[in-house]
Each structure stands twice: as structure tokens, then as C-alpha cells.
Design a protein around this ligand. Structure first.
Ligand code: SF4
Ligand code: SF4
Length: 377
């Protein structure tokens, strides 16, 4: 058996959904795209100041040799994150890939599998580096995924050929047998359902997305006020957004397929209720939320509360008004201003009375303006 074959067998034995091998030359098309619209990616360079993730200077990922000078091949494994069902109460609130904890600080089946695979490759006397390559392009070059107009990678064979997968590249210093690339768009020519489903226009053209307009970006990488014109469009999403994947006919069969329930997640649904997120203590956040959904920093719990307020406003359920009224006295002005917006959105005399009352004692101009806008003063 060839070395390439041995590696592929191990990957499948560990439970990856697919594996392919690619050559390691620089990603020219990636460079072209980044250089064509640099303003859309500028924010990534100082990301760690806002979120609990590393800075994302995407230009660094163009050339794998910048990370591993002797790199000869990329081994790309594909992980399928929708083998089990997600609790219904979390639908439309938190993106599925985050709920599955693919890369979270908590130990998961995914992280253990990755570690094991890396150890195996190192045991073959290879230098191995996990991660630094454009995952979707690496997957297409390695023949495991193709492109969708919604900017997601779609599996060639795994997970019902859907986009409920992620590619994970390993850089190695060994010449392996590359697979035939599948650098193609697998969508029907006339389909535009994903573009139509995107509420903010972030997905502005086939294969083109402006991350700064994406709901997902706003939920975890915007650390201030959410622009008013975006709030309405966020619906009930508090962390991520799956709309352009859910709308896709290429995903429909897998989405609707009967699957066993993810029990580990089912027991956590109470921790992630929107009303709980709005009023949660720091302790609750650090123990029950952050270890799984970690992009928002530990010291930025107010962003979760802000997102929860918007979600409740958009949900429009009068039963949630008492939770919002309670949060109107939150110490964080960012929370209070979005709570005021949410109360205005739900409407009704209870919320209005509470805003009237609070207006007299509110010290922050921004919050008072938000309250006055709702009350029509
Ligand atoms: S994740 Fe949501 S907001 Fe972002 S591009 Fe897709 S549909 Fe649009
Ligand atoms: S919705 Fe249509 S165009 Fe968009 S990714 Fe799916 S198949 Fe392609």
C-alpha cells in the first residue's frame, strides 16, 4: 500500500467524512480575490482586540510555504458536523457549526480526532502543521469539495454532497500522490436561492460575500452598536447565521433526513435560551456558554446580551417583555440601548411605561436617545 493510501485509510478509520491530497503551491486565485477587495478584510488584521480568536490577516494564507518552508503536500480532511440533529429550540438562533464545537476550547470528538491524526502523521516522520491554508480552496484542490455560489464548500461525496462540512488542511513536508482537483461550482446555473435568502445583502453576487455585512460577523465580531438597519434583519440569530445554507436545494435532502438527536446538546438548551442569554451572570457565561461558543471574549458578555435583546425584539413575543424590563437596568449601556430598541419593537403599554420610567434616571446620552426615539419624544 502506498504512503498516500495508508494516510487516507487512517483518516477514514478516525471518522473523517472524506480525505484528499493536494499539491502545495500558493493559492493564486485566493490572492487575486483578497487583493481585489482588501477593504472587506481589513478588520481581520486587528481581530484579537475584539474577539477571543487570533488576528486574521488572510494574505498570510496564500502561500503554505510561509508557514512550513519544506511543505510538499496538503492533506485535507473533511469533517461532517450534521450527522446528528440539533435541538429545535436552537434553530434559527445559533449556527450549527458552532453548536457542534468543531474548534471550540472544550474537548470534542472533532478536536480529539484532529490530534490523533496529527500524531499519526508525525509517527510517519513528517513535519506536520495543522490549519494555515484557505480551507475551501484547499478542499477543492484536494478533490474533496467543490464550490457553492453561497461561498460554502460542498462535499463531493460525504454528508449527502451538502455544505454541512468543514475542510481541515494539514501541511506536510512529504511528496504524496495528489487527487484530481474539483475546482468547480456545483450549483444549477439558474439557482440564486442563497442570494435571495440573505437578508443583509452580504452575499451580493454568486461566490462573493462581504463579511462586514454578514449577520454572523455582527453577532460576534462587531463589539459595539449594531446598526439599526441591520437589527431588523438579524431575526433571532444570536451567534452565526445559517440562512444561505438552509435555503439551498443542494442541502435540502441532508437537512430533512432523519437523524439521531444530539443528546449532549439537548441537555444544554436551557443554558442557551435567549431570555437566559439576555440576563445571564458572568458565572453562567463562563461555565455554560463560552467554552462552546467562544468567539465573543469572556469579558464581553454584554455582546451576547445585546444580541439576545435584538432577537427578542424581532421575535416579538409579549411574554418576554418582563425579561427585557429587567435588563433595562443592566449596568452596560450597550445592553440598555438595545433593550430599549427591543421594547419599542415589541410595543405595548408595559414596555412603554417601563421606558418612560427609566428615561428619567438614564445617565447615558446614547441610551436616552434610543429610549426617546422609541417613545417619540
Ligand atoms: S450567513 Fe446569513 S447574513 Fe451571512 S451571507 Fe449567509 S445568509 Fe447572508
Ligand atoms: S442556493 Fe442555489 S446557487 Fe446558492 S449555493 Fe445552493 S444551489 Fe448554489
Amino acid at each position: 500500500m502506498s504512503l498516500t493510501q495508508t494516510i487516507k485509510e487512517k483518516a477514514m478509520e478516525l471518522g473523517f467524512a472524506a480525505v484528499g491530497v493536494a499539491t502545495a503551491e500558493p493559492f493564486a486565485l485566493y490572492a487575486e480575490e483578497l487583493n481585489r477587495r482588501p477593504e472587506m478584510y481589513e478588520w481581520g488584521k486587528t481581530l484579537s482586540q475584539k474577539a477571543s480568536v487570533k488576528d486574521l490577516n488572510l494574505l498570510r494564507f496564500i502561500d503554505p510555504a510561509g508557514f512550513l518552508p519544506d511543505v510538499k503536500s496538503l492533506i485535507v480532511v473533511t469533517d461532517s458536523y450534521f450527522e446528528e440533529d440539533f435541538p429545535l429550540s436552537l434553530a434559527g438562533k445559533i449556527g450549527r457549526c458552532y453548536l457542534k464545537g468543531l474548534f471550540c476550547p472544550e474537548e470534542s470528538a472533532h478536536s480529539l480526532r484532529r490530534k490523533e491524526f496529527k500524531k499519526f502523521l508525525q509517527g510517519l516522520s513528517m513535519k506536520v502543521l495543522y490549519g494555515p491554508a484557505p480551507a475551501r480552496m484547499a478542499g477543492a484542490r484536494a478533490g474533496v469539495t467543490n464550490y457553492g455560489k453561497n461561498c460554502f464548500a460542498f462535499a463531493n461525496e460525504a454528508a449527502g454532497k451538502s455544505s454541512w462540512v468543514v475542510n481541515e488542511p494539514f501541511l506536510v513536508d512529504r511528496e504524496l500522490d495528489p487527487d484530481p482537483p474539483t475546482l468547480k461550482v456545483g450549483c444549477p446555473e439558474n439557482c440564486q436561492k442563497c442570494l435571495e435568502a440573505c437578508p443583509t445583502g452580504a452575499l451580493y453576487s454568486p461566490l462573493k460575500m462581504d463579511p462586514r455585512k454578514c449577520i454572523a460577523f455582527h453577532t460576534y465580531f462587531n463589539d459595539g452598536e449594531i446598526p439599526r438597519e441591520v437589527r431588523d434583519k438579524m431575526g433571532t440569530w444570536v451567534y452565526g447565521c445559517d440562512l444561505c445554507q438552509e435555503a439551498c436545494p443542494r442541502n435540502k435532502r441532508w437537512l430533512e433526513k432523519e437523524k439521531p438527536m444530539n443528546q449532549a446538546l439537548a441537555v444544554r438548551t436551557e443554558h442557551l435560551k435567549i431570555t437566559t442569554l439576555l440576563t445571564m451572570s458572568q458565572e453562567h457565561y463562563e461555565q455554560n456558554v463560552w467554552p462552546l461558543l467562544y468567539y465573543i471574549r469572556k469579558d464581553n458578555r454584554r455582546l451576547w446580551q445585546r444580541n439576545a435583546a435584538i432577537a427578542l425584539g424581532n421575535q416579538g413575543d409579549p411574554d418576554t417583555v418582563p425579561f427585557l424590563i429587567k435588563a433595562l437596568s443592566d449596568p452596560e449601556p450597550l445592553v440598555r440601548s438595545h433593550v430599549a430598541w427591543a421594547l419599542g419593537k415589541i410595543g405595548g403599554s408595559k414596555g412603554r411605561d417601563a421606558l418612560e420610567k427609566w428615561r428619567r434616571q438614564e445617565q447615558e446620552d446614547k441610551v436616552r436617545q434610543e429610549i426617546e426615539a422609541v417613545l417619540g419624544h
